[in-house]
Design a protein around this ligand. Structure first.
Ligand SMILES: NC(=O)c1ccc[n+]([C@@H]2O[C@H](COP(=O)([O-])OP(=O)(O)OC[C@H]3O[C@@H](n4cnc5c(N)ncnc54)[C@H](OP(=O)(O)O)[C@@H]3O)[C@@H](O)[C@H]2O)c1
Length: 384
């Protein structure tokens, strides 16, 4: 048995076995089938940026037998990093204990990758950092493979997307399955359709797991803000829920979908309806969470108006064949394909030149650290 190989031991984890945001636990039970953390044979050497909800869930998956072709050489959050992240007893550090690890230094992380002997070297971006995302083209140009949950580059200004395409060339070698639909086969399907000569004419759907969950639950009986608190506790909403409510995250996903389908959309071409009242935009997050009166009043009004005609509220992303794009709250009739969603479901309806009588619909859970981390793992294993 490789004494350095790692396995996850259930140290106090959040419900579902997934570490809570920022949690990064120490696994002790070594097995010889999990992702290795020291020299030996591996098909893919890996460095991970981000140890929040998604990064921690990926660390858990990296310690399962499925990840045996992968070797984890470094782990970093915004403050500290670990190279060869093994503990003194040979287990894998899945949580950086307070004060442990070395100060952040990207050069040292990349040097660890360079020193590894696997034929493929991959960087996983499980941050939401624009600065980290901006490094993707540079990393790719240096021969590293990039697997990402971070939408900031592909869903940011068009120039960033174009820089990415330039460095990728014809290779669809960007591990992007986690970017849209938390791993649902959305972008891969769009690429496959394009390869077949099919052309996207329109897309409509619910692209946000947190907004889906909120509007699937909201029936006007409790204040909207009470559901926001619950969504935060469940890890569905961002720590500052205005990141979801502003529509910015959905806008990024719509841009990624549109661009993958061949529409070179600039970020400001999307009409975005923010659900955050102007009066609450500039508040510190703590104050926003405790002063949501205006938000609650508005949502109650929108809900009552929709319910009076038997409709449901859904936060919809739309793109038509002329490239007109919008994200906005809509009141949909019960017959609408997005009306019957549950939980944190996402749904994507693609109308194409060949799927024109009925759209091609992809639906399933569109949020959650475990499925998102699995999308990252799948992209890493595709490199092996
Ligand atoms: N949660 C989901 O269900 C979900 C689904 C799909 C996609 N995503 C995407 O996945 C990404 C991560 O989400 P999350 O929920 O895990 O976020 P999170 O819990 O806030 O974690 C973000 C992590 O990134 C780290 N980080 C920030 N800047 C960094 C830097 N310069 N270098 C290294 N690490 C850095 C943070 O470090 P500190 O701990 O030091 O701040 C933190 O560990 C985001 O882009 C998100 O949009 C999430």
């Amino acid at each position: 048995m490789n004494p350095y190989a790692a396995a996850v031991q259930a140290a106090p984890l959040a419900a579902g076995g997934i570490p809570a945001r920022g949690q990064y636990v120490h696994a002790q039970a070594p097995v010889d089938t999990a992702a290795s953390t020291v020299p030996g044979t591996a098909a893919v050497d890996v460095v991970l940026f981000g140890t929040g909800l998604v990064g921690s869930a990926l660390l858990t998956l990296l310690a399962t037998p499925s990840a045996s072709p992968l070797r984890l050489l470094g782990v970093a959050n915004s403050r500290r990093q670990h190279l060869a992240p093994t503990s003194p007893d040979g287990g894998q550090w899945l949580r950086l204990p307070a004060g442990a690890g070395a100060p952040r230094d990207d050069t040292a992380l990349l040097a660890a990758l360079d020193a590894g002997d696997a034929p493929v070297k991959a960087i996983v971006d499980a941050t939401a950092s624009e600065a980290v995302a901006a490094l993707h083209p540079q990393w790719l140009a240096r021969g590293y493979r990039v697997v990402t949950a971070n939408k900031a580059l592909a869903g940011g200004p068009l120039a960033g997307w174009l820089a990415l395409q330039q460095v990728l060339g014809d290779a669809a070698d960007y591990g992007d399955a986690a970017l849209v639909g938390a791993g649902l086969p959305v972008l891969s399907t769009l690429r496959r359709l394009r390869r077949c000569g099919d052309r996207l004419q329109a897309v409509e759907g619910v692209f946000s797991g947190s907004l889906s969950w909120l509007f699937n639950r909201y029936d006007g009986s409790v204040p909207f803000s009470a559901l926001l608190h619950e969504a935060r506790e469940l890890g569905y909403a961002e720590p500052d829920p205005r990141a979801d409510l502003s529509g910015a995250d959905v806008c990024r996903k719509l841009l990624i979908v549109a661009r993958t389908a061949g529409f070179a959309l600039e970020a400001d071409a999307v009409q975005v309806e923010s659900l955050v009242p102007d009066t609450l935009r500039g508040l510190p997050v703590g104050e926003f969470l405790h002063a949501p009166g205006e938000l609650d009043r508005r949502m109650a009004g929108r809900y009552a108006e929709a319910a009076s005609s038997g409709r449901a509220l859904r936060y919809l992303a739309r793109l038509d064949e002329h490239g007109r794009a919008s994200v906005a709250l809509a009141a949909v009739p019960p017959t609408h394909f997005a009306a019957a969603l549950s939980g944190a479901d996402n749904v994507f309806a693609f109308t194409t030149t060949r799927y024109h009588a009925q759209p091609l619909v992809i639906r399933g859970p569109g949020a959650g650290a475990e499925v998102t981390a699995q999308a990252l793992l799948g992209d890493l294993l595709d490199l092996a």
